[in-house]
Design a protein around this ligand. Structure first.
Ligand SMILES: [Zn+2]
Ligand SMILES: [Zn+2]
Length: 285
């Protein structure tokens, strides 16, 4: 079973619709994908329909943006009940905070002489991410490219940056585990904390329901992949891997191509079988 466990669609900050992503994946001989959009399960129902038509596997998932003592932490969830009212209201609470943040950023940009209207964001306004603002900034020739938009304006601590309320990783893991999802710490090497501290946190998160570690990610070096693999094993946690696919032409070292991590993940087959066994409800597969 060849599965990519980390995929973004246009329901969050990816550029492609589920139909294009699944047909590309089919062309690459993948057996399935986990749809893990940022803070939304908006593309899961459509993805499942397409996967079924193509005789592929679609794992319902999401990637929850969390904060732990000021550090950004992403929590992946698999086997998510995407119709759960409890989940949808949890996500919509935090989405409202994201909309407030959008207004703050647009205000700051306007003060800097770089006005952007809500209309210019188009459909992206439904689940606004900074990358959507960056796209408009490029279109309006405020910056040369998205990288410059982040480096000068939208990145953490930059001129138009604004944060928003996020759940703590502990709260997110506890909540998602309680609704029956498998929770996994995404790309641990991107967490801006010393390794020892991340490992201490992982032990704590395990008591709250943490199920695994995304050991294999495009932002990790080979030795980092192996390191997080061994940390997961020694803590009795699942090992996962994914490309963090956002679009077919990728310029970020943090985002990869479909199936990119599979050749680097020697135990992918066994680990995938184990993860699938843990997703009890067939409806979420
Ligand atoms: Zn992430
Ligand atoms: Zn991601």
């Amino acid at each position: 079973m060849r599965v990519d466990f980390h995929i973004h669609t246009s329901a969050s900050d990816g550029t492609l619709e589920p139909a294009s992503i699944f047909s590309m994946a089919k062309g690459l001989n993948l057996d399935g994908l986990a749809i893990t959009d940022h803070d939304t399960v908006g593309a899961v129902a459509a993805s499942k329909k397409i996967a079924k038509e193509l005789d592929m596997l679609c794992i319902s998932g999401l990637e929850l943006s969390c904060n732990e003592d000021g550090t950004s932490i992403h929590v992946l969830a698999y086997g998510v009940d995407y119709n759960s009212q409890k989940l949808l209201s949890y996500l919509s609470h935090y989405r409202n905070g994201k909309l407030l943040r959008l207004n703050n950023i647009l205000n700051k940009l306007s003060i800097l002489g770089l006005p952007i209207t809500a209309d210019e964001l188009g459909a992206d306004i439904k689940n606004p991410n900074r990358v959507h603002i960056a796209k408009v900034m490029v279109r309006k020739n405020y910056v040369k490219n998205k990288r410059q938009a982040f480096n000068e304006y939208l990145g953490e601590g930059k001129k138009a940056y604004s944060t928003y309320e996020k759940p703590s990783a502990s709260d997110g893991i506890k909540f998602l585990s309680e609704i029956g999802a498998i929770t996994v710490i995404a790309h641990p090497s991107l967490i801006k904390l010393p390794r020892e501290e991340i490992i201490t946190q992982i032990t704590k998160w395990k008591t709250l329901g943490l199920g695994g570690i995304e050991a294999y990610h495009p932002s990790h070096s080979c030795s980092e992949n192996a390191f997080w693999h061994s940390i997961a094993r020694s803590n009795g946690l699942l090992v996962t891997g994914g490309s963090d696919f956002h679009c077919n032409i990728t310029t970020s070292e943090n985002h990869g191509y479909l199936g990119q991590m599979l050749p680097m993940w020697p135990s992918a087959k066994q680990d995938t079988d184990t993860i699938l066994q843990f997703i009890k409800e067939e409806a979420y597969l």
